[in-house]
Unconditional design. Sequence first.
Length: 330
Amino acid sequence: MDVVLRPANNGALANLCGELDRHLRQIEQGLGVRISNKGNRFRVRGAEAASRAGAAALNELYRMAAADSLDAPRIQAVLSECAEDAADSAGKAATAGGTGRSAPAPEDDDMRLVVNTPRIHVRPRGANQRRYVQAIRSSDLTFGVGPAGTGKTWLAVACALEAHRAGQIQRIVLVRPAVEAGERLGFLPGDLASKVDPYLRPVYDALYAMLGPERVAQWTERGIIEVAPLAYMRGRSLNGSFVILDEGQNTTPEQMKMFLTRFGADSRAVVTGDITQVDLPRDRESGLRHALSILKSISGIATVYFSSRDVVRHALVRRILDAYQAQEQP
């Protein structure tokens, strides 16, 4: 399949191809195609659906390359979205790639979905991440369900900081069940905060990137950011708060019910988790799985499911997840 990228822009072409064509090699590996080019003329060889996805990816990445530098996670997100679009809408993808014209790009929608945090602007990557951000902004309760590396926690933290910056909430409450490989809180050294901190490391990583370590410490001291073990949530009523429950698959149904009835007026909550990686004892049902089954018809609750296609880490992670999923299926 031949693709002509217009208008010809040497800077954008260099950005698209990457140093020693490493970006093109990532596209080839991610989609199972072969790519050759001469200037702004590209040829994509492979299976029909993969070639369409490759052509669409080149068009989209070229558009992005004209305005910003490309990196591996951003390319991976575009590949995932183009592969899904090619499978679901072959005719549309073929038209976008085969004619050499760029597929219509929802630039205005992309700008509206950028999440503004104090230090960085977070742009959702891929259709599911965009749906996730839209759901968090418009729903009182959002479930983000899917494998690690799909941006569930990262985007939830970004939306929490955005809501605080806009004056919509007064504090951010971070909650996580302390269930990791059979360990209990009492077995870890230190006070309560130091015992809980290791379980919330991914959340802190996001906060440090978007807010800065010094401000995270200041906000924690002032109570704007609160770390709350799930077991200590009983009896509380959280008003004016943005509450994030991370690793929700490791709650029991009783714990999940208790958590979901804590947030009060002018509050919203996000629950993230991966129902394929439950660390509870085998005889205990996951509270996340239970909640998804009984709350699916309630208005005001949004659920966004991620898959291995949405992984924005190394491309190998996606293939690893696919292999595990194939092995676990009956």
